[in-house]
Each structure stands twice: as structure tokens, then as C-alpha cells.
Design a protein around this ligand. Structure first.
Ligand SMILES: C[S@@+](CC[C@H](N)C(=O)[O-])C[C@H]1O[C@@H](n2cnc3c(N)ncnc32)[C@H](O)[C@@H]1O
Length: 286
């Protein structure tokens, strides 16, 4: 079997299993198997695959056919222009989460803080923390997660991207193991309701960590706890920028009203699909 045949057979197999991006995925998996760039697959497509390559490709196709996400098969995903390693210990970073990074960069640049102190709570692969560290050369970035498996992935990403010197990784249940104050607190905590969890497509439900998805009965379990802890690591002006589901706006607003001082400012922002995705909280006084 040569490259051309492998691509055509792989695409057909994935189509038979109703994989939506069958052609692209077959290309990506073959390029990964052959350690070639995807764009260069077509240059010498008459090259025969070795037996080991055929076996490896077949195995990857079978895993993709049973819904395993392509990012886990390739072990990587791009986020805010950074090539990140991912494993099944971490949520695959989503494009909508880049909204947090954009707002955070805007605020920090406008605020003029020379060495902003930032924390990313529930860092997973390190996506938000790494994107901020790579764009703010003087920032000190702390990244926490409750999962040691996730922290190992995040640390490795920081090492590969040469950002580890300005970053600190720590196992912590939300903010319980860190002391502030921070200028900026970012968080993409699990926010799916039990009902949403039950109706997830199988590629997410069966492969991504439940610890990264489940937000309790109303989706706000973790954010309620975080908002209660917030004053202990804040000073006047500290901002929390966090990702929520579009369905959680009213509930989040209620939590802010119940748990934080009346002077607290609250705004919501949309993602690129036009859906409410980010809540921004600014503490005026303690
Ligand atoms: C939705 S994922 C977000 C991962 C990453 N920040 C991103 O945006 O791709 C949520 C993360 O929060 C972590 N997490 C869940 N409960 C936590 C807790 N109590 N304290 C700290 N991290 C927690 C999970 O392990 C997971 O890595």
C-alpha cells in the first residue's frame, strides 16, 4: 500500500464510521504515522508504507473511528498560536477559551501594570496560563489544578515553550493552596450541568476527563466556591476573567450579588460565535 492508497482507504473507513472530517483526519493520522508534514503527503504519494507504518496507521484509524478525538491521537492541539501537548489527563483546549486570553491581554496592557501577577485556576494543559505568559514577557504566572496528571502536561508544555522560568505550577483545590494578591485571576472551571453532561457527544463524554467538565447540578458549583475564595487573594482592582456557559449568565450574576461587595463590577462578553462565554468581575473594595 502506498501513501495515496493509504489516504483513500483511510478516508473511506472514517466516512463509513460517520467521522465528519474524514479526509482531513486521515491525512493528519497518516502524516503523524510517517512523521511528515500534512502538506507534504502528496509530494511522494507513490511511496510504499512499511509494515510497521501500516499497522500504526490502521490502529490510529480504528481509534478515530470509535470517536477518540484527533487531538488525543496526535497528542497536540494549537491554542492562541501555541502548539500544546495534550493527553487524556486534560481537556482539549477550545477556540472559544481564547476569548479569555484576548480580554485579559487587553486589560493588562491598558492597566499598565509592569509585572502583573496572574493566576490560572484549573489550568489543564496550561493553555490560558501559557498564552498569557508568552504574550506578557514580565508577567509572573501561577497555574493551579487539582489534577496531578494535568499539571504534568502543563509543566511539560511550559518547558517545551521555554516559559517555565516565569511560571509556577501547583496542585491546589481552587485557590486554597495559594496566597495572593493577584492582579488577574483567570479560570475556565468545569461548568456543564448534569443534564448537559448526559447529552454530550460520545467523543467528549467518553474521552475527556469528567473532572474537567462537570459543574454540578446547575453548572455553577465550582464558580460559587471560587467566588467565595476570591477576596482572600485579591486587592482593590483585582479582576476575575472566567469562562461560563451561555446558559449560566443569570446564575453567575446572582452569585456575584450574593457573595461579593455591592461595589463589584460585572460584565459579560461573547465568544466569536456571538454567545455569552466570559464573565469579568472586578473588585472595587474589600
Ligand atoms: C474545563 S477544564 C479547563 C482546562 C484549561 N484551563 C482550558 O481552558 O483548556 C477545567 C480544569 O479544572 C480542573 N479542576 C476541576 N476541579 C478543580 C478544583 N477544585 N481545583 C482546581 N482545578 C480544578 C480540572 O482538572 C481541569 O483541568
Amino acid at each position: 500500500m502506498n501513501v495515496r492508497q493509504a489516504l483513500s482507504n483511510g478516508t473511506q473507513l472514517l466516512r463509513d464510521f460517520r467521522v465528519q472530517s474524514a479526509e482531513i483526519d486521515a491525512e493528519l493520522l497518516l502524516a503523524y504515522t510517517l512523521s511528515r508534514e500534512r502538506a507534504k503527503l502528496y509530494a511522494h504519494n507513490e511511496f510504499p508504507l512499511t509494515l510497521a507504518q501500516r499497522r500504526a496507521y490502521k490502529e490510529l484509524l480504528a481509534r478515530r473511528a470509535s470517536s477518540e478525538p484527533i487531538a488525543y491521537l496526535l497528542g497536540r492541539k494549537e491554542f492562541y498560536g501555541l502548539p500544546l501537548q495534550v493527553s487524556r489527563h486534560v481537556l482539549i483546549p477550545r477556540p472559544e477559551t481564547e476569548t479569555i486570553v484576548e480580554i485579559a491581554l487587553e486589560r493588562l496592557r491598558a492597566g499598565g501594570s509592569q509585572k502583573p501577577r496572574i493566576i490560572d485556576v484549573g489550568t489543564g494543559s496550561g493553555a490560558i496560563a501559557l498564552a498569557l505568559a508568552s504574550n506578557l514577557k514580565k508577567a509572573r504566572v501561577t497555574a493551579v489544578d487539582i489534577s496531578n496528571g494535568a499539571l504534568d502536561v502543563a509543566r511539560e508544555n511550559a518547558r517545551v515553550l521555554r516559559l517555565a522560568q516565569r511560571m509556577r505550577f501547583k496542585r491546589s483545590d481552587l485557590l486554597s493552596e495559594v496566597s495572593g494578591p493577584f492582579d488577574l485571576i483567570c479560570a475556565n472551571l468545569p461548568y456543564l450541568t448534569n443534564e448537559q453532561l448526559a447529552s454530550l457527544p460520545s467523543d467528549i463524554r467518553e474521552y475527556e476527563p469528567r473532572l474537567a467538565l462537570a459543574g454540578g447540578p446547575d453548572g455553577l458549583y465550582w464558580y460559587e466556591r471560587l467566588l467565595r475564595q476570591l477576596p482572600s487573594v485579591s486587592e482593590p482592582g483585582t479582576r476575575l476573567i472566567c469562562e461560563i456557559g451561555p446558559n449560566l449568565r443569570a446564575g453567575f450574576e446572582q452569585l456575584v450579588q450574593n457573595l461579593l461587595p455591592a461595589s463589584t463590577k460585572l460584565a459579560f462578553h461573547k465568544d466569536m460565535a456571538g454567545r455569552i462565554r466570559v464573565a469579568e468581575v472586578q473588585l472595587a473594595s474589600m
